[in-house]
Design a protein around this ligand. Structure first.
Ligand code: ADP
Ligand code: MG
Length: 570
């Protein structure tokens, strides 16, 4: 249909009841682009209407070199989403009328550059997905406002943000090149036997605990690698950079309180993502198989074999198939580790600040007072080397509180006034002079990692009359059928659009659950599908608010589903 038809329709329904907006669902040719009105909201207070715009590449004009590989394509799509967002802010009048009337919106990216469904770029076209609160006063359609949105604001927003010729080329190129370099760096880590890299000059601290932008006020100390750990790498776009390489094995981060230990670890935990230019963490990269581990008391655990860490609980409770509706600090931390290993983690990040003390250490005096027979927990200190030796899983651990860990560390980094020093030699000398008095516990090997098989009936998204009820409630929570999944301790999530995609992915993966495949196998099949066909497969109709996520966060969400039932693979 031609765009004039939309204009006519809008005029016809002016002043009528909101339901009449249904008539405008359809596809309209605006000359320079095609407008898809995919879904019209039932009333002005409901979630806004879903729209797409597709611009042929002959008009959008993006050269293929800007999306010729995966890194570039994702960066370009992210950039265009940001530009569309700021063009809305600049051009649109915003709310006019009742409820969400008049509000144009698109997914808002944060500091990370994630793959998103908000913008799709192909050789043939650029597509943007956004929403509009179709305007009304009360429940009466306001045609004048609707026309202003469709025939004035949206065309301007599109022109300003999605036509190559109108964009800042230097800014766009930088966005793409930084992303490509960060991916290159991350992919290079295994070849160099590294699990993480922090570039010299990086700005690690954030504005505040709730704001992810770089700290600017006061004295900010840029990162500087100790000589011993310094590595130089040639990047495809930004040339040679230097920084600290963290090798495989066991790395300890020590130092006085408030000297920047947790800040370094947090930068590493988000080094699985690429960051926008100016973030300060552009070239802080971590192994994509890294999982942040913490205590999470209160979580549910379903038949996890935590016996490598915990055996013989009071009253003969078995830990080979440990289930609880309300885990303790130590059992939750043990479960989090075993689940991460089940999922294929190769690097664990642990901070003493968020760990259960009795899970991390048990010193000589305590060993004397409470005999091993009366202590179910084998502390992490006795398992961390075996984990690396038996399974090739490295650990980076913040530990300012116990020097017993010097014995098991390959590398000890000390933070002093926000700067890292390599104190490995000194720590090892101390080990010789001042031998640790504690006895090793928990046997000679790490123990078996038992995979689990999810059962189909246990994943049910129905609620009342609704066939499927799944929706994110903020970043860390998903309503899934009759239950709510609590993700507040799944720290590597960064974007509510990831949360949304994860919720739908749990529903999608039901089709692969057959009572034989393990959780990991099922999730990897889903990840393969997404890799091949894109995030769009998670939804029946095109949505603009999915962002990419890792299998670790998906598995973490399933593990926290309170209805989950599994059998162990023996
Ligand atoms: P620790 O874990 O060693 O106790 P934190 O990492 O929590 O210390 O850091 C303490 C404070 O110092 C935080 O408020 C953090 O923002 C700030 N900080 C960390 N690194 C730097 C830095 N490089 N420059 C300036 N301030 C920093
Ligand atoms: Mg700390």
């Amino acid at each position: 249909m031609e765009k004039e038809r939309l204009k006519r329709l809008l005029k016809e329904i002016d002043g009528k009841g909101y339901k009449s907006y249904k008539k405008i669902e359809g596809v309209y040719n605006f000359g320079e682009y095609i407008l898809f009105i995919d879904h019209v909201q039932p009333d002005p207070f409901a979630p806004p209407s879903k729209l797409r715009i597709r611009i042929p590449q002959e008009i959008a004009g993006f050269p293929y070199s800007l999306f010729s590989n995966e890194s570039r394509e994702i960066a370009l799509r992210d950039f265009l989403t940001r530009k569309f967002y700021s063009a809305i802010k600049k051009i649109s009048k915003g709310k006019r009328g009742s409820g969400k009337s008049g509000i144009i919106s698109i997914d808002k990216p944060g500091q990370e550059i994630l793959e998103r469904t908000s913008v799709i770029v192909k050789r043939e076209f650029v597509e943007v997905r956004f929403s509009v609160g179709l305007p009304a006063f009360g429940r009466k359609i306001s045609s004048k406002n609707a026309q202003e949105i469709f025939f004035k604001e949206i065309p301007e927003i599109v022109k300003e943000s999605l036509f190559f010729k109108n964009l800042n080329k230097a800014e766009l190129t930088k966005h793409i090149e930084v992303t490509e370099d960060a991916d290159f760096l991350r992919e290079k880590l295994p070849q160099l036997n590294l699990v993480a890299f922090v570039a010299d000059g990086s700005i690690l601290p954030r504005k505040s605990g709730i704001e992810d932008k770089p700290l600017k006020e006061g004295k900010v100390i840029p990162f500087k690698s100790p000589e011993e750990l310094k590595i130089e790498i040639e990047l495809p776009n930004n040339g040679k950079i230097s920084g600290m390489g963290i090798r495989e094995g066991v790395t300890l981060i020590v130092g006085g309180g408030f000297h920047g230990k947790s800040t370094l670890l947090e930068a590493l935990q988000f080094g699985i993502y690429n960051h926008i230019p100016g973030d300060g963490r552009e070239f802080v990269v971590t192994s994509p198989w890294c999982v942040k581990i913490r205590a999470e008391d209160g979580r549910r655990v379903e038949k996890v074999d935590i016996s490598p860490f915990i055996k013989d609980l009071p009253f003969g409770k078995k830990t080979e198939e440990f289930s609880t509706e309300d885990a303790s600090g130590s059992t939750s931390q043990a479960s989090n580790i075993i689940e991460a290993l089940e999922a294929g983690a190769k690097l664990l990040l642990i901070d003493e600040d968020t760990s259960a003390t009795n899970f991390m250490i048990r010193d000589r005096r305590m060993q004397r007072l409470v005999s091993k027979e009366k202590e179910p927990i084998t502390p992490f200190i006795d398992k961390v080397r075996q984990l690396y030796r038996d399974y090739g899983v490295s650990t980076i651990l913040v530990m300012g509180g116990s020097g017993d860990y010097f014995d098991v560390a390959d590398c000890v980094i000390c933070m002093v006034d926000y700067l890292p020093y390599d104190v490995t030699k000194k720590a090892k000398e101390i080990c010789l002079i001042d031998k640790a008095q504690r006895e090793k516990e928990g046997g000679e090997s790490f123990g078996k990692i038992t995979e689990r098989i999810p059962l189909p009936e246990s994943i049910d998204a129905r609620k009342g009359k609704k066939e499927v009820k799944i929706s994110p409630k903020g970043l860390y929570s998903i309503v899934f059928g009759k239950t709510t999944i609590d993700l507040s301790c799944v720290e590597q999530l960064v974007d509510v659009s990831q949360t949304k995609a994860i919720g739908d992915a749990i529903f999608y993966l039901k089709k692969y659950i057959d009572g034989k495949r393990t959780l990991r196998e099922v999730v990897e099949m889903v990840m393969d599908d997404i890799e091949r066909y894109g995030l769009d497969i998670l939804s029946k109709f095109p949505v603009g608010d999915y962002a990419s996520f890792r299998k670790f966060e998906l598995i973490a969400a399933i593990n926290r589903l309170r209805t989950l039932k599994v059998i162990q693979k023996r």
